[in-house]
Design a protein around this ligand. Sequence first.
Ligand code: PLP
Length: 403
Amino acid sequence: MTQSPTSRAVPAVSARAAQLASIPSFQRVDAYLRAAASRGQGQTGVCDFTFGNPHQMPADRYVNTLRDALTPQNDQWFAYQTNGEAAREAAADSLSRLLEVVFRPEDLYLTTGGFAAIALALKTVADPGDEVIYSLPPWFLYEPLILEAGLTPVKIRINTATFDLDLEAIEAAITERTKVVIVNSPNNPTGRVYPPELLLRLAELLEAASVRLGRRIYIVSDEAYNRIVFDGLRFHSPAEFYPHTLLAYSYGKTHLSPGQRVGYLALPPSMPDRDEMRPALSGLQVAMGWIYPNALLQHALPELEKFSIDVGQLQRRRDRFVDTLGSMGYRMQPPEGSFYIYVTSPVPDDEAFTESLARRDVFVFPGVLFETPGFFRISLTANEDMIERSLPSFEAALKESRP
Ligand SMILES: Cc1ncc(COP(=O)(O)O)c(C=O)c1O
């Protein structure tokens, strides 16, 4: 009797899909969320500081912008959209003002958010087997994006005293297979905004290494939070110092609307490989599954560029937490940007500590999810009511943790 092909012990999923499903960071986040859900996370009344999700109604201006963009102005309004001209121009103007460098509209590649922009950047410059260096604690989804592209993650630690990049560790991690260094500023989860001197030294280091190896190392600059900066600090991009930088951006942070998928990948005007990259980028945008933002968001983009969420409100929440938790005895570096505060756990076992907060209906992410035990992350996108209600619980959990 012949065996049917389906009766053999052939896995139903590809090796790549199986590898992705078993990434520890995926599994840890999943396990944490399941445990948190069983403890009541997501239910009314609990204080949820986990994801950078909104916990208040969206601004009228945001809703009206989408509503206006929905009204067709011609019969092609909902036709296939690639890199829409008006959207590209508005985004390039805005980025040029932010960085004081003139970006050309044709160097902006519109994507379904920052995720797709990072994936596009990796696939544009790196081949399977190439290595991608990034720093811990990271945004926990770099690893799946790197593995899905057939690349090899190389993890190093930041300087946990300053939350700065550890340039010596980056240098030591470079091999003849290194193709990309991911830089994320303003940083998730530390809130650090890297100073220009550090970015300049990184640029010098990568230039020297590229010359030494005879092979270009690129920076993928993850700037999802480049509009979320506090205290009037000026944001600097690695693209200002290192021309071989691909810059990934997401409107999901600027408008606190991560469910509306729109962002871009930008090449700086100084990028020497621009002409070679253009057709590759356009081809990948289609081949990766038509990763352009949908028509509605492209029509809305010129107006979306004119405003953002209330960054002052986020800063006031940061101040409330930093002052109050600080006076209770928690240790943390005040974030300079992004949505997050990365607090030192009062006990080395950050999971046990976050569990004790969860028993009090306060949910934060433990540092193990970011491969840096001994910390926990608070998201400032929670509302004021949650913040005020959580403070006695933070105090009680701290007291309980002390012998
Ligand atoms: C550092 C960082 N990069 C990229 C992203 C992806 O942004 P988006 O979901 O808007 O694509 C996020 C989202 O949390 C992030 O925190």
